[in-house]
Write a protein that binds this ligand. Sequence first.
Ligand SMILES: Cc1ncc(COP(=O)(O)O)c(C=O)c1O
Length: 402
Amino acid sequence: MQRSQSPAGRAHQESGMSRHYDVGAVRKEFPAVERITYLDAGFQTPLARPVKAAIDLFLREGLETAGPKSVWLDRVELTREKLARFLGVAADEIAFTKNTSESMNIAANALPLRAGDKVLMIHGDHPNNAYAFLNLRRKGVTVEFVPMTEIVNADSLRPHIDASTRAISMSQVTFHAGHRFDVESVGALCDEQGLYFVVDVMQAIGVVPIDAKAMRATFIGSGSHKGLLVPQGLGLLYWDKSRIELEPAYLAAASLAEVPADLIARPDQLELAPSARRFELGNFNLPAIHALGASLDMIEALGVQNIQNHCLDLGDHLIAGLDALDVRLVGPRDRQHRAPHIYVIALPAAEWLGHFEQNGVRVSPERDGIRVSFGMFNTFADVDRLIDIIKRRGVKPSSRAA
Ligand SMILES: Cc1ncc(COP(=O)(O)O)c(C=O)c1O
C-alpha cells in the first residue's frame, strides 16, 4: 500500500500546524470553520472577516453618505489591478462579470466561429462551461467531447484536431474528482495549431498559482465564491488583448472606446474599448468587487503557492488515512495530476452525506462519492476527524481499494 505523506508533512501534522504558514491565525478570520469541520471550500467559501469588513464598509458608506460612487469606482480599478497582478496580466486585460457561466458565454460568443467549425471540450467537465459552447449549435458550430482520462494534456487532444477545429475549452481543475489538467501543454498546442483556447479556472483560482500568459489562453473565466473567498455573484474574464479581433456579442456604453459626453447614443460612434472593458455591461457588483480586493490581499499575504502546498500536504495526509482504511480515492493520487484541494472518496453519497452532517462535517455529494475540498484554513486535525468518522462507521467492500 502506498504511503504518500512526506516526513515534513508528518512532523507538521503531529504539531497540528502547516509548514507553509500560520493556519491558526488564518482560522481566526473564518468563524464558521471553528463551529463545523468545513471540508467544502470547492462548493463555496465560508466568509472571512476581512471580506465581510469590505462589504460592511460599502454598506455603511451607502447608508450614511448615499455612496461616494467615484470612490467606489476607484476601488474597482484598484481591485482590477490586483487581480491582473495575481494572474500575471495587464489590468486592461481583465473584465468583471457575474460568474463563470457569464464569462464562458462571453468568450464563446466572441470567438469568430462559423457553421462547420468545431470546438473540443472534455467529457464530463463542468456544465457551466460546456453549455456556453453547445449553445453555438445555433450558428452550426459543433462540440466534440474528448474522454476525461486521469491525465489530460496536449497528447489527449491532438488526435481530435482536424481541419474544422477552431478552439479548445476546458477547466484547469475538475470539480468532481479533482483532476488537474495540463493546461500549459494544451495552450502550447493551441498556439502551434492556431486555435483559440478558453480556460475555466473556477476550481483552481486562489489555490493553484495561475500564469495566464504561460497558459497561452485567449480567455480565462471564473467566478469568485470558492478560492477567491467572495460571496456568489462576481466573476472575472481575462482576455488576451493581442486578440483585438474578438468582439463582444452584447454592447453597452461601458464597452465603448469613448462614451458620448451628452450620453446620446450615435450609430457612427461604436468603436470598442481597446481593453477588456469591451466585454463589460453596465454597473458593477460593487460590494463584491471591493470584497475581492480584500480577499486578494489575504491570499497574497499567505502566497498562493503556500496555499497550494498546504492543501497538497493535507491531501497526502487524507490519502494516507484512506489507504490505512483501505478506502478508494476516485481521482488522481499523485501530486502532479491531482488538484491540491479536491478529493473524492468512494463512499456512496446517499449513505454517507447525512452521516457526516450529523457528525458536524461539511462535504459535498459527487458523481462517484463524497467530495472533500480544502481551503486555506483547513488543518490536519480536520482530516483526522473525517478519517475517524469513516473508521468508526466502517466501510462496505464496494468502497475498498482494488
Ligand atoms: C469548474 C467550475 N466551473 C464553473 C462553476 C460554477 O459556475 P458559475 O460561477 O457560473 O456558477 C463551478 C462550480 O460551481 C466549477 O466547479
